[in-house]
Design a protein around this ligand. Structure first.
Ligand SMILES: [Zn+2]
Ligand SMILES: [Zn+2]
Length: 309
């Protein structure tokens, strides 16, 4: 009898533990901010005082890595699903409606299933490929404000034009929404540095200028988080989809593959340098770990727990 009682108590305790961990996210609000083409070496040369403050007050590594191919849609898909391209199968890099949506769960679908609110503010329309049914409460791509960005590889190769919304506009849209709706999981994408990299080269003065503009846009978002009254409940992750070399990216070269990974906010260690290897797939895993949401399928990424107290 005593044995049964002890076993019963153990089961009850484990259930309560499971319930309590499900009920209490480590952070109520997670913001993932991606600097498209955010090569660490170029960021280092840029004037980015706001990002510098997040680094000083938070945890960071400049040698996180993206997936191969190091191009925007496949890389962001890994960032936001936690799995590599062999699993998510998004290998193209444009908005192609006939290709449908991603076939694996996203951070948004998993957070939404757990009852959290979700939002995406993006500078490129191809992110629509990540919109699983009822997974994103607010998807904001300001097509009417998009400018056509000419993309060549700098070697006389193929030239493409892609509609792109400037970071300043994306940030203002996100800020208004954050203040009003206080989303639990919010992805914000600043495309300017990638556009400038294709136009003028990675690390060019023109591109460094766009990193400074993205820093101002980051400030707009951070101020909105404060104004919403959720700063002490939030974690902000600033990262990138890929770097770049010359006028292009996409290779396995570290110049293309290395990305920043900066975490700031609730529970994040201050002034901490992350020493474990960080992959872009870890961003998805970290976001769900912070919200205390289990993922229905196995992620290849793991939460960057060493960045947190
Ligand atoms: Zn990109
Ligand atoms: Zn690009």
């Amino acid at each position: 009898m005593a044995l049964y009682a002890r076993r019963f108590l153990l089961v009850v305790t484990l259930c309560l533990l499971a319930l309590s961990s499900g009920a209490a996210p480590r952070a109520e609000h997670v913001f993932i901010i991606s600097l498209d083409g955010g090569k660490p070496a170029a960021i280092e040369q840029s004037q980015m005082p706001v990002l510098g403050r997040l680094v000083a007050e938070g945890a960071h590594t400049w040698t996180a890595t993206t997936i191969f191919p190091s191009i925007t849609l496949p890389s962001h898909t890994s960032m936001l699903t936690g799995v590599g391209p062999d699993t998510h199968h998004i290998l193209w890099n444009g908005w192609v409606p006939s290709k449908g949506v991603v076939g694996v769960p996203t951070v948004f679908s998993e957070a939404k299933k757990a009852g959290f609110s979700t939002a995406m503010f993006v500078g490129k329309e191809k992110f629509r490929h990540l919109l699983l049914t009822n997974s994103v409460d607010e998807f904001n791509y300001g097509r009417s404000d998009a400018i056509l960005v000419v993309k060549s590889d700098g070697d006389g190769g193929e030239v493409k034009r892609e509609g792109t919304v400037l970071a300043d506009r994306v940030a203002r849209q996100a800020a208004t929404y954050i203040v009003e709706h206080k989303p639990n999981l919010c992805f914000i994408h600043f495309a300017d540095a990638d556009s400038a990299g294709h136009r003028s080269g990675w690390g060019s003065p023109q591109q460094l200028e766009t990193f400074a503009k993205s820093d101002a846009a980051l400030d707009v978002v951070l101020k909105a988080i404060s104004q919403a009254g959720i700063a002490d409940q939030s974690v902000v992750i600033v990262t990138a989809d890929h770097g770049g070399h010359g006028h292009t990216h996409g290779s396995k070269n570290p110049e293309d593959m290395e990305i920043p990974w900066v975490a700031w906010g609730k529970g994040v260690k201050r002034g901490f340098t992350i020493t474990v290897p960080v992959s872009t797939c870890d961003t998805a895993a970290t976001a769900l770990w912070l919200l205390n949401v289990p993922c229905a399928t196995k992620m290849e990424g793991a939460p960057v727990t060493s960045a947190f107290q």
